[in-house]
Design a protein around this ligand. Structure first.
Ligand code: SF4
Length: 440
């Protein structure tokens, strides 16, 4: 592959990332690569080249991909458009041409994108070039490297890709392909570089990070132990981990690593035994509830357990939906991400009988969101009157914002710089955050 990056020198590049944290990592790593090649990342679509790190998880995500590309086309008619990732993996070449895409780069080939973009910019070649491969058989790791995160206080680090669990609603196994794990040495090299840049927190991401140890020379627990030994790393988190991948051994390891933050995102999806079965999730509501209890025993009663709820799966009746709400209460979740079900072609759930009518879907989504707000507030309330360590991210004057180890946003007043951790006395709840004052 041509690795001449000179075509990027001096170019304005706009990067748009949609979807999950793995995409965010990939977008940051691409930004890192093009910046090192002399390009300038711009925050508006007025640019010489644009990279869309695309998502296809729902029909809405597909729509957003098209909208983002049209937005660049309007703002910069001459810009060279590159689309990579999950949506780019499956769209037709006809659709790519109609949107003005010049580089269509599928999964497992994003590492080639900076050089491809440099070449196309240097040659002023805007005709469509396609770089995709069969991800169901590929065992290749997409070699991206984030040397310096854009956000200086928290960096996503991708350690795993792909999934073969095949939940019946999910398109990800088709677009991300067979599970692969990143080489541990490459991961540690990246984390050392991130820490050396002054960033103290890493968020380990992947499509199904619970599969890491099955396709890597060491277990996820051992990788965590090695990451915790990297100088300068003060906080470690998981982006998300599937409940069926969190066993007692891993929980014990998490509890033994002081830098591991007491927050776990454990996607529940439904609280109905029958619906979970039809989703092919691999656990019952009782097992999930027992797991939440074990998480609290291992990481302490204040651990933040957040989740995803998929509302309106085919066959979900009022009783099944009520089971989801009841289990969410019993689990005492903090943040709940609510996703209304949308059938995706190519998945087993696409042709399942008993679809939930749109008005019922909208009403249940509304109720799930309301419960989410209530539970989050309940969880936030327990912090009022306490003093918590906040890693500062940004601030204007004496108005600061940062995160607690439990992944709660705190807006506070006082003196502190981004990247510093300070005790903050929590006095109340604001919009989507806790409010407080830095303890001098
Ligand atoms: S575990 Fe299920 S929801 Fe998660 S990526 Fe795999 S198939 Fe999709």
């Amino acid at each position: 592959m041509n690795s001449d990056l000179s075509g990027l020198r001096g170019k304005r590049i706009w990067i748009c990332s949609l979807g999950c944290r793995s995409n965010q990592y990939e977008a940051e790593a691409l930004a890192s690569a093009v910046t090192e090649a002399g390009a300038r990342i711009v925050d508006s679509p007025e640019c010489d080249g644009a990279i869309l790190v695309s998502c296809t998880v729902t029909a809405g995500a597909d729509r957003k991909c098209r909208q983002a590309l049209r937005k660049v086309r309007r703002a910069s008619p001459e810009a060279l458009l590159a689309a990579c990732g999950c949506w780019a993996q499956h769209i037709s070449e006809g659709e790519a041409r109609s949107l003005g895409i010049s580089l269509l780069v599928g999964n497992r080939r994003k590492g080639e994108l900076p050089a491809l973009l440099a070449g196309a910019l240097a040659e002023k070649n805007d005709s469509l070039q396609v770089y995709r491969e069969d991800v169901s058989v590929s065992r290749k790791w997409d070699p991206l490297f984030l040397s310096k995160p854009l956000l200086h206080t928290r960096a996503f680090v991708k350690i795993q890709d792909g999934c073969n669990h095949f939940c019946t609603y999910c398109t990800i196994p088709a677009s991300r392909g067979f599970p692969v794990s990143r080489d541990p040495e490459d991961t540690l090299r990246e984390i050392r570089s991130i820490a050396a840049s002054g960033c103290p927190e890493v968020v380990l991401t992947g499509i199904h990070i619970g599969l890491y140890g099955r396709y890597a020379p060491l277990s996820l627990g051992e990788l965590l132990r090695r990451i915790s030994a990297v100088e300068g790393i003060r906080r470690i988190r998981f982006g998300s981990i599937e409940p069926f991948a969190l066993d007692d051994e891993l929980l014990e390891t998490l509890s033994s690593i002081p830098q591991f933050c007491p927050h776990l995102h454990l996607p529940l999806q439904s609280g109905s035994r029958e619906i979970l079965d039809r989703m092919h999730r691999g656990y019952t509501p009782e097992e999930y509830l027992a797991l939440a209890g074990r998480v609290r025993s291992a990481l302490g009663p204040d651990v933040h357990i957040s989740t995803d709820l998929l509302v309106g799966f085919p066959g979900e009746d009022e009783a099944a939906f009520s089971d989801s709400l009841a289990l969410a209460r019993e689990c005492a979740f903090g943040k709940i991400h609510v996703f209304p079900f949308s059938p995706r072609e190519g998945t087993a759930a696409f042709s399942l009988p008993f679809p939930v009518p749109p008005d019922v879907l909208a009403e249940r989504t509304h109720r799930a969101l309301a419960l989410g707000r209530e539970l989050l507030e309940e969880y936030q309330r327990r912090w009022i009157g306490r003093t918590v360590p906040v890693l500062m991210e940004e601030g204007k004057g004496s108005c600061l914002s940062g995160l607690t180890p439990e992944y709660l946003r705190v807006s506070c007043r006082g003196k502190a710089l981004p990247g510093e951790e300070h005790p903050v006395a929590i006095s109340g709840i604001g919009t989507d955050c806790l409010k407080g004052r830095v303890v001098p």
